[in-house]
Design a protein around this ligand. Structure first.
Ligand SMILES: [Zn+2]
Length: 274
């Protein structure tokens, strides 16, 4: 066996051990899942509709699925969130959740709705919802959260620019859907993508709490202006999804930056390779 193959099979064995290991102690913690698109988008953050349905059916049987507003105030539960407002959340994810009676929150980028998040990705599979579709989800019980006007890296903006993005987004959603917006999600969401100034502006703008994309679960005393979430992406199998939900990958929580995300994806790919 070549050295490269030996290393790969050793890593695979370690990944298997981790995924089959004991859950990390999590008493009193709540879990928030992050999805992006649920469709045919050619992006690593995409989850296929079939995988999503399989994950939701399993999830509904093991944990109470609660609205996000309850998740940070309550233990032993899970909330489902979607970032960016992809149209397939409306066409693919919403019917699955409705069938199972599960609540969800979508964080929308208000000035991109009805168009695309990224100029380089102007294909039908990457389209964002229209305002009518957002309103329909809201009427069906989804919570609509703020995710800025244009998805900038907030930590790079002046305080005035951040305020415009954060408060402006909230005002636009409230005007369109006629409901109070309580939740905010930091674009990109790693600890490098927002600052103390950002957090203060989110609070002053009238949001009640904010979520990041730092990996992990939330203890009852967790900072409500940067709640942790667990990412699900296209490399996840049902096995790795279960491991994430059940806490077997919480050991990786300290890896809550780009390197950790890459490490988790690499592990999923090793396991998927058989
Ligand atoms: Zn985003």
């Amino acid at each position: 066996m070549r050295a490269g193959e030996r290393l790969k099979s050793g890593l695979k064995l370690a990944a298997r051990g981790l995924i089959a290991g004991r859950p990390w102690p999590r008493a009193g913690c709540s879990l928030i899942l992050t999805y992006h698109s649920v469709g045919a988008r050619a992006h690593e953050m995409n989850v296929t509709p079939a995988a999503f349905a399989e994950q939701m059916v399993w999830l509904a049987g093991v944990l109470p699925v609660v609205p996000l507003t309850e998740a940070f105030a309550r233990a032993e539960c899970v909330a489902i969130t979607f970032d960016d407002g992809f149209r397939d959340n409306y066409t693919e994810a919403a019917p699955v959740l409705a069938r199972l009676g599960l609540p969800a929150t979508v964080f929308v980028v208000t000035e991109r709705l009805g168009a695309w998040l990224d100029r380089d990705e102007r294909v039908p599979e990457s389209r964002l919802m229209s305002w009518d579709e957002v309103s329909e989800l809201s009427a069906a019980g989804w919570a609509i959260g703020g995710h800025t006007l244009s998805h900038p890296m907030l930590s790079r903006l002046s305080a005035a620019e951040q305020r415009r993005e954060i408060a402006g987004c909230k005002a636009q959603i409230e005007t369109r859907i006629g409901r109070r917006v309580e939740a905010f999600a930091y674009p990109f969401g790693s600890a490098l993508d927002y600052t103390d100034v950002t957090r203060a502006i989110v609070r002053e703008s009238g949001y009640v709490f904010a979520v990041s994309n730092r990996y992990g679960v939330n203890a009852p005393a967790e900072d409500r202006w940067a709640l942790r979430r667990v990412w699900i992406d296209r490399t996840d199998t049902l096995e790795s999804f279960r491991a994430k939900v059940e806490g077997r990958l919480d050991r990786l929580a300290w890896f809550d930056h780009a390197l950790g995300i890459r490490a988790r994806r690499f592990m999923n790919q090793l396991l998927r390779a058989g």
